[in-house]
Design a protein around this ligand. Structure first.
Ligand code: ADP
Ligand code: MG
Length: 318
């Protein structure tokens, strides 16, 4: 297959809904229209085989996750996703692999109504880089540095399942099949909280997506906002599947430091909690307070009133 045939057939996927793409895949540049009154929010993430995903992961799931992690950053910014650019490094032209990748890519692109508008393709170790572009109204943009002491720290859903899914995938955790499949689903095919991010516009004082692990991501907010955080383990939401895990240390480490959940963590003024909860309810998302911001720097955790020693905040590449 020629390079452009591969691009056309497997990578140039289009939800068919976008009127803001004047020129997509096929030319030297894409040409795009940002709606009046909106700003462009841009984010990029790379997924490398053996670093960000197990090399034997099926290609549809790799495509899903590559898009999901990027859209999750847009969700945190409160942006509405529009376009993707896709840089592929592939070791060979394996049609079955490419077809599976294509199907995974198409499914998530259609689900979120976005379009692949360009990219690059080269031969090399398997690696996928996506840049996601979305729109935010001029007046609102969530950052990690708007939080203030006294505000509540909340999450949009349960944490830990994805990290437990990774353990299951690596044969390091044995659980009944129905529980395993819930964990694996959350690990391999997370759905970024786009609607929740939009619902938080003008309500949350800071937002981050939980990719590195709850504590690490709360730490990002607290450092960039110059505040501290006091979290309560009893309040941290766990799925019923996660609650079935008897190994308390494993469960805590998955929920607090595991990462890959792609829920949103945000801060909100106490007075805005009720309206925020209602706004999130309308998009089918929970609003769960897990602690409070304080004037004392650092992230601290209480487990039934006892302060827990935190050594491991989350995943670090270096
Ligand atoms: P150039 O040599 O001008 O950089 P390329 O041959 O790299 O052009 O790409 C040709 C067209 O295909 C461009 O429009 C580019 O954006 C698009 N493209 C290349 N690789 C991908 C990919 N993996 N996914 C989507 N579009 C791609
Ligand atoms: Mg190129």
């Amino acid at each position: 297959m020629k390079e452009f045939e591969i691009i056309e057939r497997y990578f140039a996927v289009d939800s068919g809904k976008r009127k803001d793409v004047i020129k997509g895949v096929g030319d030297d540049c894409a040409l795009l229209k940002v709606p009046r009154g909106q700003r462009l929010a841009v984010s990029m993430d790379t997924l490398i085989a053996g670093v960000h995903f197990l090399p034997e992961t099926n290609a549809a799931d790799i495509a899903h996750k590559a898009v999901a992690v990027n859209l999750s950053d847009l969700a945190a910014a409160g942006a509405e996703p529009a376009w993707l650019t896709l840089s592929m490094s592939i070791p060979e032209v394996d049609r079955d692999w490419l077809e599976s990748f294509h199907l995974g890519l198409k499914r998530i692109v259609e689900f979120f109504g976005v379009q692949v508008i360009g990219g690059d393709t080269c031969k090399g170790p398997l690696s996928i880089t996506i840049q996601a572009h979305g729109f935010v109204p001029e007046a609102v943009f969530h950052t990690r540095n708007g939080a203030q002491a006294g505000e509540l720290v909340c999450v949009t859903g349960s944490v830990g399942d994805a990290a437990l899914g990774l353990k299951v995938a690596q044969n390091e955790l044995q659980v009944p099949p129905n529980i395993a499949s819930q964990f694996l689903k959350k690990y391999f095919t997370p759905y970024p909280k786009i609607a929740a991010g939009i619902a938080l516009r003008g309500r949350a004082t800071s937002v981050i997506d939980i990719s590195d692990g709850l504590l690490a991501d709360v730490n990002h907010i607290s450092q960039q906002s110059g505040v501290g955080a006091l979290l309560r383990w009893e309040k941290v939401p766990l799925s019923d599947a996660a609650k079935s895990i008897k190994d308390e240390a494993l469960l805590k480490s998955a929920a607090l430091s595991g990462g890959d959940d792609y829920e949103l963590c945000f801060t909100v003024k106490e007075d805005d909690l009720v309206s925020t909860r209602l706004a999130l309810e309308t998009v089918g998302t929970d609003c769960i307070p897990i602690g409070r911001l304080t004037g004392k720097p650092g992230v601290r955790l209480l487990d039934n009133k006892n302060e827990v020693e935190l050594d491991e905040l989350g995943y670090r590449h270096f």
